[in-house]
Design a protein around this ligand. Sequence first.
Ligand code: 5RP
Length: 260
Amino acid sequence: MDWGMKNRLSRIIKADGKTVMLAVDHGYFLGPTTGLEKPWETIEPLVPYADCLMLTRGMLRSCVPPEVDIPIVLRVSGGTSIVGPELLHEGIIASIEDAIRLNVSGLAFSILVGADYERDTLLAFSEICDMGQEYGIPVLAVTAVGREMVRDAKYLALASRIAAEIGAHMVKTYYCEDFRKVVEGCPVPIVIAGGKKIPEKDALQMAYNAIQEGAIGVDMGRNIFQSSNPQAMIKAVRAVVHENATPDEAYEIFLKEGKE
Ligand code: 5RP
């Protein structure tokens, strides 16, 4: 691995080998998602507690001041929407030149294993891996799951392993029962998505379980920015990821921070 690739990876994955990525890319297929209607108002108070931001180039350019010191993982897959007929047929939505211009630390691309257009998304993903390799930019594969697919260990292990085989440097997947099997079958670091908003205590328990079973962190969105107190929630998630806090300890942090 060359110096640039290692340097960028070390901006995403911190010295303790862990990361709290804040996912705020939802608008690329969902439009103005609850909590992200005015993106910077939501994101700004969370920046000091996030290790990096995952978002699209449009949000980055128009909503994030360039002076902000936070590593960026740029979403480069999309082109479909929640209301269109081909949600699971994402393609490449940003060039490597633009990613370099934006000084990003990583690229994120969704692969749709098991969907009708699986092959298209995997071949586009391999192009992104080639580009990332050429310019020393790590690639995060997002194992997106269609409504009709089961988020079990068998499926998520398959999708995660395929991502790593094609060239992902990191994989984002979902927590599931027997999650350790997903981690064991995947030779590159795994972070979990938060998924739909659930009670804070449950989200902290999920993050804790994922870390105990081998994830190196989270790439969490809705369970942070749709929380009743997003800043308290990201602090609590941080404690789980970086300080080995138990779910009860982390929930205490959430409650205490919420009162201040
Ligand atoms: C879709 C995505 C998201 O847009 C997002 O990053 C998911 O984060 P969360 O589930 O924690 O809200 O990756 O595939």
